[in-house]
Design a protein around this ligand. Structure first.
Ligand SMILES: [Zn+2]
Length: 131
């Protein structure tokens, strides 16, 4: 099989506009995980809520998926491939409330951030959704 060209790789990594402009913090709020696949070695990894709220990633919570993709390189030793394929996946979380209730969801998010020791402002969260 021929090695894919740069333009093939760009095409494979292309994000829908909706995904590209989504911030990590919004993925946490929506209970989505971020799935990556390296286009060079095939390594797959997933950022779940725990990773996104970790000390390593919390400073990027305000980043869009597009920015994450441009900054990401494969963590596999000797690979470091750029431009992973990214998909948002429904995480299997049981949070015990109705996620379609925006106000309840936002209150949950603020609480979750504070529990993790993160100030909501640091995560790029605006307060406009509060009633
Ligand atoms: Zn790789």
């Amino acid at each position: 099989m021929p090695e894919p060209s740069d333009s093939d790789r760009r095409k494979a990594a292309q994000l829908s506009r909706e995904v590209a402009t989504r911030r990590l913090i919004a993925c946490v709020e929506a209970a989505h995980d971020v799935w990556f696949k390296c286009q060079y070695c095939g390594m797959e990894r997933t950022w779940g809520r725990r990773e996104m709220l970790s000390r390593r990633l919390r400073k990027h919570l305000g980043w869009t998926i597009d920015r994450v993709q441009r900054a990401a390189t494969c963590p596999m030793k000797g690979c470091s491939g750029p431009m992973p394929i990214i998909r948002l996946m429904k995480g299997g979380y049981q949070d015990g409330f109705d996620r379609s209730d925006a106000r309840r969801r936002r209150a949950w998010l603020v609480e979750t951030l504070l529990d993790a020791g993160i100030m909501p402002e640091e995560a790029g969260l605006t307060w406009s959704a509060r009633g």
